[in-house]
Design a protein around this ligand. Sequence first.
Ligand code: ZN
Length: 391
Amino acid sequence: MANSYDPRTSTGIPTEQVGSLPRPMKLQEAYAAYDAGKISFAQLEAEQEAAVRDSISRLEATGSPVISDGEQRISSFATYPLVDTLGGSGLGGNLAPDGQYFAIFADGHHRQLPRLTGGPFRYRTYAGDMLKKSIKMTIRPMKQAVIAPSMISLIYPLDEEVPGYPRRRFEEDLCNECEKDIRLAFAAGAVRVSIDFTEGRLALREDPRNPWTGRNMLPYFVELVNRVVDRFTPGERRNIGVHTCPGGDRDSVHSADVPYHSLLPSLFRINAGYFLIQLASERDKESVYREIGNNLREDANGIPQMAYIGVINPLNPRVESAGEVRDALIKAARYIAKEQLGSTDDCGFSPFSIDEKPNYGSPDFAREIAFQKISNRVKGTRLAAEQLGLV
Ligand SMILES: [Zn+2]
């Protein structure tokens, strides 16, 4: 499975997006019309297809060495294996719509997961199924984001046992499905697969309105992710990443008040090859750079870990300049070995398919800005690499 993609080739310092882009208003309307029974799945698919095509050609134009399909075909980064739309169409077997809140965001809105009602647990859709369709549209290297087993573990009720399906058996099925999800993404042609792990930081939140966040679940989450990641060879793990962030939905966050120093030492215990780390929106960036430098492992069971630091804030419409991106990386290189440094955006630009992007005024405008931000990330990363003698 080792592939020949070298993330340094075009920018000197590797740079990679998390995954999602805002869905065009037209596509969001199509999702709503499909949920309301007004259009067929084929009609929804035609809109998804058009949005993916546009996403890919515009990402190509940013000069990014690796691109995604903007996740235009899925309900959300977390729910794609379970349900076709956020309105609940195509809910998978053994699931009911009324599960735990995944998160309650700072602006008061929440997102809910389905609830497991029986076994066995199987994914309805794999990320690779989507990539197979999208990858035909480009000759550029493509990445794929997948959801972490820890997020999906939250569909199992927190305290009760699912009749006839103990948690231990669910976890086995879940880890098998996550492994398959990653393998299918690589098989479909992904050069990189990153695992979305936003619930890692939220696990430290202790929000009384959301009971699972008060159960000290981070060590369990890290163990679950490693149960999957450790099934891959060192060569494969170099191309498996983990994304951490405090959330980024409707331009709001769920765990920005959880300090990084309580997360990062645990995070880097995951035996992944690279980490996509929200940082542009952190107030005290230097202390986080230092924390990363102190905890990033040079040997994670046979491979060095890379830290891709967030230099773009998708929740803020202001476009970061290439110079700002360069300066952030130069500063980070004081604390993080330059060979282990990369750049990314703080989060996907719209992890959920229905997202009004309120700070921008409209998803279509947010989409325009996203491409400008990504272009500047690529340019600024290249400038930093020149300054650090990496090209
Ligand atoms: Zn994120």
